[in-house]
Design a protein around this ligand. Structure first.
Ligand code: IPE
Ligand code: IPE
Ligand code: MG
Length: 238
């Protein structure tokens, strides 16, 4: 049984789901659920600091989410800019580096600008990392990696027989980030919805029925406690 520091995941990834259902349950528009969800993200970022979790990757908007009604998409993008403005001070205060994974080019220009600015401003911070998955799709990420590897082969910089798992990993969006140890999905759905398919190969899974706007520090600590009880074997025997 592992106890103490080593039982704290270094990297937690979260599929922040259930904002719409939370809003509906209260009889409010979906956007209100997203607003409350942004509060949960702030709370979980703080909880990561308290618990000693170094990397937090959150699924904020998928490549598939572009099919949602335009009003909802616009609301989410506006909320994202607000989140960045609201959080910037805290990121600096606690030396947290902001990063993004996904198709940056899909985002509205104003969001790209705000995002790039905060990413650059926090690039030297070493107190932890907040990684936003935006217009993110794992298949798109892997396909982009395949294109880069193929280009390297075509340019004569790489031979096909030299391509290993490390080559693929090195061509993903954030190659230096360790794989998630724990993947949390809120609101009960038992699926991964195109999130970090390569990186979660050996992640521990935690699904809770709690909706994302209700997922705060106490719920997060429940997930960490569950993780601490797991026996990770990585294919070996214990
Ligand atoms: C997650 O909440 C946030 C995003 C996908 C942007 P949803 O908006 O998917 O909420 P539900 O699943 O409809 O309850
Ligand atoms: C996954 O949630 C994407 C995000 C949390 C950003 P969805 O609500 O889009 O996933 P599905 O459609 O239920 O699989
Ligand atoms: Mg959903």
């Amino acid at each position: 049984m592992s106890t103490g520091k080593s039982s704290v995941p270094q990297h937690v990834a979260i599929i922040m789901d259930g904002n719409g259902r939370w809003a509906r349950r209260h009889g409010w528009p979906r956007l209100k659920g997203h607003q409350e969800g942004a509060q949960s993200l702030q709370a979980i970022l703080r909880a990561c600091r308290t618990a000693g979790v170094k990397y937090l990757t959150v699924y904020a908007f998928s490549v598939e989410n572009w099919i949602r009604p335009k009003a909802e998409i616009n609301g989410l993008m506006a909320l994202l800019r607000k989140f960045l403005r609201d959080q910037e001070h805290e990121l600096h205060e606690h030396q947290v580096r902001l990063r993004m994974i996904g198709r940056m080019e899909d985002l509205p220009a104003a969001v790209q600008k705000e995002l790039s600015r905060v990413i650059a401003a926090t690039a030297q911070h070493t107190g932890g990392q907040l990684i936003l998955a935006l217009s993110y799709g794992s298949r798109a990420e892997i396909a982009a990696a395949a294109r880069r590897i193929a280009a390297a082969v075509q340019a004569g910089r790489l031979r096909p027989e030299e391509i290993t798992e490390q080559t693929v990993a090195a061509n993903l969006y954030a190659p230096d980030v360790p794989d998630p140890d724990l993947l949390i999905r809120t609101s009960g759905e038992m699926r991964v919805s195109n999130f970090l398919l390569w990186q979660i190969s050996y992640a521990e899974l935690y699904v809770t029925d709690v909706l994302w706007p209700d997922f705060r520090e106490a719920e997060f600590n429940r997930a960490l406690a569950s993780y601490a009880q797991r026996q990770r074997r990585f294919g070996g025997v214990k």
